[in-house]
Ligand binder design. Structure first.
Ligand code: FEO
Length: 398
């Protein structure tokens, strides 16, 4: 047995999760600072485990639990979400702990059965149901599509503690557990929102409205990734309310890749126009920027320009990658344009133009397409795109 220790969070709650210092990819989102899988042990008269960890961190979680209590005293496990970074270790935990039941949402039962094998001892709870377990009062609230159909959150009344699962989380491996001990959290929180939560922004708004109407006295928010919120509870909630609006900002993101620098020249001309017009330009060549960094910048932007050349009658593949990724994230309320270069046929820039139309990005001007190298007229058209964009964005905050 490992000799890892639990971390005391409140009088009755311990962190018994795992730190993944190695993680660098989370289904396509680059996690340069690793992550944590936060599991929690609630020590009422009868211990309760809330969520688990990735399968290969099961020993770490069980060891941390054992530093507080004999794991076999746990009769109830609460599974807020079935994605395998939280449920992967459940079969092993069930085998070692032998609980009476694993509580989950109705959709959680479906998803857990589909992903895991064996007797999972599942017992569904209703949306809004309250349960007393060993003198601790829990309320379960469904958070469907935040970000899976099964997602739910659990409120522990005794400690004023919301176990929010993925919501309000971030990928940040750290030796400290609280937000006030990891004060440089904003970039990671925004990156997480941008890459995981953006498509469900309207659900964020309706969920937070529903949650606030319950007037639950939240003192601590304990997500399943990254720091636990005890200082900046209202700050992170306000940021979610703001990000969920997907409102435009006075900033243009120019993302592109290039073969012989023609597309680079157009990108730089658009950026010059943006800056000349009083906007911020963020130029993101894909040889230097991962798609998840682009998503982060787009979260607080008002315009998006995507550029790329034609290769073998197709779009240059790295540009297809970022375009499809951004299309899935469904960031609304953007203006922008496609751009790019070609030798024989403009299939590459045309493909981007079609994709941007399908993404609902309102064109700020015509696609700038240059044959081989951009002419002075092409670069002037690109600069004018930037200027026109800046004129439309100047009404918004930076
Ligand atoms: Fe952290 Fe949706 O899993």
């Amino acid at each position: 047995m490992l000799n890892l220790k639990a971390v005391k969070i409140t009088e009755k709650v311990w962190w018994v999760g795992a730190i993944d210092w190695n993680l660098r990819d989370f289904h396509g989102y680059t996690t340069n600072r690793g992550s944590t899988y936060n599991a929690y042990l609630v020590m009422g008269e009868e211990p309760v485990l809330i969520d688990a960890v990735k399968d290969h961190f099961a020993d770490e979680m069980l060891a941390r639990i054992a530093s507080v209590v004999d794991p076999r005293k746990i009769k109830t496990i609460i599974s807020n979400h079935s994605e395998l970074d939280h449920a992967g270790a459940l079969p092993r935990a069930i085998a070692e702990i032998n609980p009476d039941r694993v509580l989950c949402s109705v959709m959680g039962e479906v998803a857990l059965k589909a992903q895991l094998r064996g007797d999972l001892k599942l017992h569904t709870v209703k949306d809004g149901e309250t349960m007393d377990i060993g003198g601790m009062k829990f309320t379960f609230l469904e958070a469907r599509m935040l970000h899976w159909p099964d997602s739910m959150v659990t409120f522990l009344h005794n400690e004023g503690m919301l176990f929010s699962n993925d919501i309000f989380g971030m990928h940040l491996a750290h030796s400290k557990r609280f937000d006030d001990e990891t004060p440089d959290w904003r970039y990671e929180a925004a990156t997480y929102y941008a890459n995981i939560i953006t498509p469900y922004s309207n659900i964020v708004t309706s969920f937070l409205t529903k949650f606030k109407a319950k007037n639950l006295p939240v003192k601590v928010i304990a997500p399943d990734h990254g720091p636990i919120w005890r200082k900046d509870v209202s700050t992170i909630v306000s940021l979610y309310e703001k990000w969920a609006q997907l409102k435009p900002y006075n900033k243009g993101v120019i993302v592109y890749d290039t073969m012989w620098e023609s597309t680079t020249m157009i990108a730089n001309a658009i950026a010059d126009g943006l800056v000349e017009g009083g906007s911020i330009a963020k130029v993101m060549p894909l040889k230097a920027n991962h798609r998840s960094e682009v998503a982060y910048e787009v979260l607080e932007a008002g315009a998006l320009f995507i550029g790329g050349p034609t290769l073998n009658k197709q779009i240059f593949p790295p540009v297809a990658d970022v375009t499809i990724y951004l299309k899935g994230l469904n960031r609304k309320n953007l203006i922008g344009a496609a751009f790019g270069s070609y030798g024989w046929t403009p299939d590459g820039p045309n493909w981007i133009e079609t994709q941007m139309k399908e993404m609902g990005i309102r064109p700020v001007g015509s696609t700038v397409k240059c044959k081989y190298m951009p002419t002075a007229a092409d670069l002037d058209a690109a600069r004018k795109l930037g200027l026109e964009t800046a004129a439309q964005l100047k009404q918004y905050d930076r």
